[in-house]
Design a protein around this ligand. Structure first.
Ligand code: CA
Length: 223
């Protein structure tokens, strides 16, 4: 599950990102509305945490632009108490919610989970690269008709690759997204896991899916 946090107060953004990463969400953080719109439209997020008072574009404008692109990603708005009435009218029931500042992390997490559950009930997006498929809801991974068993880290790594097809992923990016800074990046843990994953998804198949990009990292692509 991948979450975008758009929040200009760096302390608040860091607090949210840290907490969500501890819950095994993959988190991207940006600090203004323009970046927020760009990232939201560029990437496939499962949810956006959106502050209302932002530099460049305010939160409601960010939400409007995202929705104008027929993007139905669930959005949780963070707002001060006195502007609640103004925003409620602009929210879509079912896909948006709001939380007033200051908030407890537990409350934020509960709202996020509720929004994710609602959106998952509405649509299950199966990720597909060549004949490899991954269902983020059931966590089923298949190559053709054959189910593949993965450990939780291998699964997280594969989901990250499949959500970033045709993009070179550096070890630093992979570390940030999949390991959440849990280990010393000078070790070769990532290479070891990429090799485990390759064995499981490529062995017995002619078509390779993950390639090494010398000096840069790895890329998943269909050739
Ligand atoms: Ca703000």
């Amino acid at each position: 599950m991948r979450i975008l946090v758009v929040e200009d107060e760096k302390k608040v953004a860091a607090f949210i990102a840290k907490g969500l990463r501890e819950e095994n969400y993959v988190v991207d953080v940006v600090y203004d509305g323009e970046e927020g719109v760009f990232m939201a439209l560029e990437n496939d997020y499962d949810l956006i945490v959106l502050d209302l008072m932002l530099p460049k574009l305010d939160g409601m404008e960010v939400l409007r632009r995202v929705r104008n692109n027929r993007n139905t990603v669930p959005v949780l708005i963070l707002t001060a108490k006195d502007s609640v009435d103004d925003i409620v009218a602009g929210l879509e029931g079912g896909s948006d919610d709001y939380l007033t500042k200051p908030f407890d992390f537990a409350e934020l997490l509960a709202r996020i989970r509720a929004l994710l559950r609602r959106s998952q009930d509405q649509k299950i997006t199966i990720l597909k690269v060549a004949d490899l498929t991954l269902n983020p809801l059931t966590r089923e991974v298949k190559r053709g008709d054959k189910a593949i068993e993965l450990t939780s880290k291998e699964y997280a790594l594969l989901e990250y690759f499949m959500r970033n097809v045709n993009r070179v992923l550096s070890r630093t990016l992979i570390n940030e997204h999949v390991w959440n800074y849990e280990f010393d990046p000078t070790t070769n843990v990532i290479d070891v896991y990429v090799n485990y994953l390759r064995k499981k998804i490529e062995q017995g198949h002619k078509k390779k899916l993950i390639y090494t990009v010398r000096g840069a990292g790895y890329i998943m692509k269909e050739t």
